[in-house]
Ligand binder design. Structure first.
Ligand code: ADP
Length: 161
C-alpha cells in the first residue's frame, strides 16, 4: 500500500529547516504533499500563490513531493486525500507544547491518521520563517537559511518597500 503523508504549515516562506523535514519525510513515505494552510492569526508576507511557487521551486528535484494549499481543517483535508500521516518538524522544547495540543485535538477529530514528528537537524534548531523575514528586512544575508528562489523573492519583496 502506498503511504501518503501531509506536511502542513504556513511556509511563509519555506526555509532550509522545512526543506530538511520534507526531504527526510520523502525518504520514509511514498508520497508527501506539502500543503500551505493560511493561518489567519499570522499576517503573511507572501501570498498563498507565492508560497506555493517557492515550495515548488525548492522541491522540484523530489519526485514524490507535491505542493497544494487548503483553507479548511487539516484533518478534513487529510481524510479527503486519504493520507496515512501528518508530518511535522520539531525544533526546540518551545515547539513541543503547541504541537502536543494540536496533535491531541487532531487525534480527537480522526484517530486513524497518525502524526509523525521529526527532530530538526541541529543546524536548523533556531531557524524559523519569522526570523528569516525579520533579518531579510534589514538586507542581511540569508543564503544559508533559505533555498535560492526564496532569497531572491525576499530581496524583491523588501526592495519594493
Ligand atoms: P505553522 O504555522 O503550522 O507552525 P510553519 O510553516 O511555521 O507552520 O511550520 C511548519 C512545520 O515545519 C511545523 O511542524 C514546524 O515545527 C516545522 N518547522 C519549522 N521550522 C523548522 C525548522 N527549522 N526545522 C524543523 N522543522 C521546522
Amino acid at each position: 500500500m502506498s503511504r501518503l503523508a501531509i506536511c502542513p504549515g504556513s511556509f511563509d516562506p519555506i526555509t532550509n529547516g522545512h526543506l530538511d523535514i520534507i526531504r527526510r519525510g520523502a525518504k520514509i513515505f511514498d508520497h508527501v504533499i506539502v500543503t500551505v494552510f493560511n493561518n489567519q492569526s499570522k499576517a503573511p508576507l507572501f501570498t498563498v500563490e507565492e508560497r506555493i511557487e517557492l515550495l515548488e521551486a525548492a522541491t522540484s528535484d523530489l519526485d514524490n513531493v507535491t505542493v497544494d494549499a487548503s483553507s479548511g481543517l487539516l484533518m478534513d483535508y487529510a481524510k479527503e486525500k486519504q493520507a496515512h500521516a501528518i508530518l511535522r518538524g520539531l525544533r526546540a522544547v518551545s515547539d513541543f507544547e503547541y504541537e502536543m495540543q494540536i496533535t491531541s485535538m487532531n487525534r480527537k477529530l480522526n484517530e486513524d491518521i497518525e502524526t509523525f514528528f521529526m527532530m530538526t537537524n541541529n543546524q536548523y534548531s533556531f531557524l524559523s520563517s519569522s526570523m528569516v523575514k525579520e533579518v531579510a528586512k534589514y538586507n542581511a544575508n540569508v543564503s544559508d537559511l533559505v533555498p535560492k528562489p526564496v532569497e531572491t523573492a525576499l530581496q524583491k519583496k523588501f526592495l519594493k518597500d
